[in-house]
Design a binder for this molecule. Structure first.
Ligand code: HEC
Length: 177
């Protein structure tokens, strides 16, 4: 009996160690958290500018530098890769570079996160599938607001399926040598 309990405990410990090693932004239940201060600690992959609609403004995309290096080597997102996309309001005005120059402001609209899971670790959860974990963070909230990636995310990412659901054409950092 005692041995069984100890075996059970060490099994649990092994599981949690495995989850920690997988990603600092995923707990053992598969809940995704928003990385802190990613604008300062991760590499900037590229930005999109959306002129109108709900998603208008700048979409700035980041991934840790070591994972960028792995992508440049293999052309694949490594297991545990974390891609953060932050939407910001924009403002425009006349600058010494020209008229109607747009820039991102300090106001965040919302933040999206994708985490690569090439082993299907969390396939039971509504926010894991197609090789990724999917998360949306509203301003000031720490909990993933996405209920189900199939209804909240996937439809819009199908056009990028041939690049592992990522719009890689917008990320010169992934390809620069
Ligand atoms: C309305 C369509 C739409 C929806 C819904 C959507 N995305 Fe996206 N997503 C895009 C497009 C298009 C891009 C790249 C261009 C852009 O940002 O305008 C993108 C880019 C991203 C990126 C940057 C990496 C990449 O794939 O290029 C992440 C991360 C991301 N989305 C996560 C999510 C998550 C997580 C959800 C669901 C909670 C989601 N998206 C829902 C359309 C969408």
């Amino acid at each position: 009996m005692k041995i069984k309990v100890i075996a059970g405990l060490s099994c649990l410990m092994a599981l949690s160690v495995q989850a920690e090693e997988f990603s600092p932004f995923v707990d053992k239940k598969g809940e995704i958290s928003l990385p802190d201060d990613f604008r300062n600690t991760m590499s900037h992959l590229g930005s999109w500018y959306v002129p109108q609609g709900d998603a208008s403004g700048f979409h700035d995309v980041y991934m840790p530098a070591d994972q960028v290096a792995q992508y440049r080597e293999s052309g694949q997102f490594p297991d545990g890769a974390v891609i953060v996309k932050e939407l910001r309001h924009s403002a425009s005005g006349a600058y010494t570079t020209g008229a109607g120059v747009s820039h991102a402001t300090e106001m965040v609209k919302q933040t999206f996160v994708m985490i690569k899971d090439s082993q299907g670790r969390f396939s039971d959860s509504g926010n894991w599938g197609e090789g990724w974990g999917w998360a949306l963070f509203k301003v000031g909230q720490k909990k993933n607001a996405s209920m189900n990636y199939k209804t909240d995310c996937l439809g819009c990412h199908i056009p990028a399926k041939q690049h592992d659901y990522v719009y890689t054409e917008g990320y010169p950092t992934l390809h620069a040598k």
